[in-house]
Design a protein around this ligand. Sequence first.
Ligand code: PLP
Length: 406
Amino acid sequence: MYDVEKIRGDFPILHREVNGKPLIYLDNGASAQKPQVVIDAITNAYAHEYANVHRGLHYLSNVATEKYESVRGVIARFLNAASEDEIVLNSGTTEGINMVAYGWAMPRMQAGDEIILSVMEHHANIVPWHFLRERQGVVLKWVDVDSTGALDPQAVIDAITPKTKLIAVTHLSNVLGTRVDVKTICTEAHARGVPVLIDGSQAAVHQPVDLRDIDPDFYAITGHKLYGPSGSGAIYCKPERMAEMQPFIGGGDMIKEVSKDGVIYNDPPMKFEAGTPGIVQTIGLGVALEYMMGLGMQNIAAHEDTLRDYTVERLAGLNWLQVQGTTPDKSAIFSFTMDGAGHAHDISTILDKKGVAVRAGQHCVGPLMEHMGIPASCRASFGLYNTKAEVDVLVEALELAHDLFA
Ligand code: PLP
């Protein structure tokens, strides 16, 4: 049984107050809080097991290397990848997508080649592709979401032309909560010879991810949203794509030999991991993923879907609130605007006074905001430790905000 009160006991920060009120943390879409096991793993690594990895011939370096390297296998298991050799460790999704843009896409794309994006991508899955547009004349083709925020996989496939070189889409929108049928997109795109990059930053947090079933070419995750440390993350790369990719950052660790005349690179995935990595961050991420798998991704998803249903029901009673993203099978992420409120920041400031942490602004989705015709919104995004009682406090705080704006 999923015991949310017991789970809350694992997260020390949830017991603090903010502005004299119990903290209601609903900003998980931006970054999640950390369980004690992750905090302990970080402390233990620095206190007892710290040295640089891969280089030393001494005891501590070997211990640190073993712990750090074992995380590759944990991530492979978490995502159901076929092998840990398909996992490139990095600092998060932004680095992962930039690696693909610089190392795989740039050398293979010419002026006029096309990349298909959905309109609800995060800037991390937009700006690296704009680099290719600016520098080499690659064309970005945008696929809209419908009025509920759903993305029709067929619309993505219909956008393919003989010039399409890549589809880059999110698996779950960080603003609308929309889940995307990435399996259909991969199957149909592959049948037409088009590779697919998936931004899994949000999906991997809220639902089981089975890469052997989805079969993407690239799948990016970011540790700090997965209850792990910031500065940790990974990107899955299909072996064929990895073989085609050039290294993006050069330096130590990614080489076997360097001479005045040339370089012999390390084997993948280490070929793509230059310099001293986020050693302790990655170790912390491994512990966070084990923690999530211990709770069970299906159980986390079921709990959050219950919260979603309850929030939909409670917010439906507020006829002065507009929720963006109403497709039924969405995740528990709620973006909203309010009649009479000046800026979304004003709403979040009032909620903050009640101890409720939400995000306000553009949420790094400029094209989506343009598509929806709003300058900004507030976002309440739920995590594995949130409760129905917290939804009630959110609704009370929204009612207060609405009264103040009236
Ligand atoms: N993609 C999505 C959907 C996100 O929500 C985020 C973070 O907000 C990112 C990418 C970027 O992740 P990071 O800043 O950890 O690289």
